[in-house]
Design a protein. Structure first.
Length: 422
């Protein structure tokens, strides 16, 4: 089945989602996970004139990013059996035309020149509007809490979609990496150098990242290899001050746009760290506005991109049944063929026009008024009717006499005494 593909290349990870095309009905987008190709490390280097050295070769960041996006397309195509009908790639809202054009040209060189590029907050808002009720023309905020930064963007509904208001505010802190640092510090507090128990400190950090995800759905977790027990309450106490710093970033975006929190229709929460329940709680407490978050917030932007890709396609037209013509009726097999078939060759005799029918000439019949039936009978008919009347009268008199005779006999039978009398 044909599908569209949305790709969100974040600084810490890439996400992809597809939307299947089911006739006139577009299916709901769903994430494609995991994505092995990750061009995320090159996002921050787009537009940088300093090349990136890989092996013995120098590369531009936009070329490496385009190559990574192409590998994601190939990976998804291998899984679904065919390449997507349309691809939409998201980019940070802080990008200007220069960096957008660099990536577009690089995508064209890898065969993805027809891909659309849209800002990440726009895709996030489209995805949220497809799953949540967003009423009226009130602006909304997209709060993207990623692995290496936090970005706040204001948008308003426009032309069936959304457009950005003012300028996005972004900061390196807080971010998901900061939460990981806090958890590593908690696990290793008062203990020997983790390198003595674990040869690679990076592996311990990865265990803490996994523990962070687990604490989003569980009240506690044990972090290997030190087997340290951490509760959600302990973790939330560590990151609460950082979350308030993140809300300040959103408030700066509101101030720059001349808005106040009460003007917002809601806050769309996206990013990998958006799974942490306390993030939604702090945003709601500070802004007093509804916070909208999906079950997989790390894929919300990609899902919106897949939706935008499907909406960019022309609406399918229901096919009209082909008109067929029956050839001239003969003793041979009748051939049915479509009128719009360019390859059809009619080798049979041409269908001749039927000869014109000659005009039919006729004269209207003479309409003579009918004579009355009695007049048409004549004297002989009157004599027959008189004889029939006499016969009927005689039969009636005879029948009456017979009835009277029978009545007299019955009366005599019932009035005469039996055996006589004295």
């Amino acid at each position: 089945m044909p599908y569209t593909l949305g790709i969100d290349v974040g600084a810490s990870r890439a996400a992809a989602a597809i939307t299947r095309l089911d006739g006139p009905h577009r299916g709901a987008p769903h994430p494609v996970s995991p994505v092995s190709a990750d061009p995320g490390p090159f996002v921050g280097r787009i537009g940088d004139d300093v090349p990136i050295v890989l092996g013995n070769r120098q590369h531009n960041a936009h070329e490496l990013m385009a190559t990574g996006i192409d590998r994601i397309v190939e990976q998804v195509a291998a899984h679904h059996g065919d390449r997507p009908v349309r691809v939409t790639v998201t980019h940070p809202p802080t990008w200007g035309p220069y960096r957008i054009d660099l990536l577009r040209e690089a995508l064209s060189r890898v065969g993805l020149g027809d891909s659309a590029l849209v800002p990440e907050p726009v895709a996030a808002a489209v995805a949220a509007a497809s799953r949540h009720r967003i009423d009226g023309p009130a602006p909304i905020a997209v709060y993207d809490l990623g692995g290496t930064s936090v970005t706040a963007t204001l948008l308003r509904p426009a032309n069936g979609g959304f457009e950005i208001i003012g300028r996005s505010e972004t900061a390196e802190h807080p971010a998901g990496a900061d939460f990981d640092d806090e958890l590593v510090a908690l696990v290793t507090a008062g203990r020997p150098d983790p390198g003595a128990a674990w040869d690679d400190l990076a592996k311990l950090r990865q265990e803490c990242v996994q523990a962070k995800h687990t604490l989003s759905v569980a009240p506690e977790v044990v972090v290997p290899p030190l087997q340290v027990r951490v509760t959600r309450a302990e973790f939330e106490e560590l990151i609460r001050p950082l979350l308030h710093q993140g809300v300040d970033v959103l408030l700066r975006a509101l101030t720059g746009a001349g808005l106040t929190p009460d003007r917002l229709g809601g806050v769309v929460l996206v990013g990998g760290s958006a799974r942490i329940p306390l993030v939604r709680q702090v945003l709601g407490e500070r802004l007093r506005r509804p916070v909208l978050v999906d079950g997989a917030p790390e894929a919300t932007v990609a899902a919106g991109a897949a939706l935008l890709a499907s909406r960019s396609l022309p609406e399918p037209v229901n096919p009209i049944a082909e008109t067929v013509v029956m050839a001239k009726i003969t003793d041979e097999t009748v051939v049915l063929f479509p009128l719009d078939d360019p390859d059809f060759v009619d080798e049979g005799p041409a269908v001749e026009e039927p000869p014109a029918r000659p005009p039919v000439e006729t004269e209207p019949p003479d309409l003579v008024p009918a004579k009355p039936a009695l007049a048409a009978a004549g004297p002989r008919g009157r004599r027959r009717r008189r004889k029939a009347s006499k016969r009927g009268l005689i039969i009636g008199i005879v029948t009456l006499l017979l009835v009277l005779a029978c009545a007299y006999l019955v009366l005599q039978y019932f009035t005469t005494p039996i055996g006589g009398g004295l």
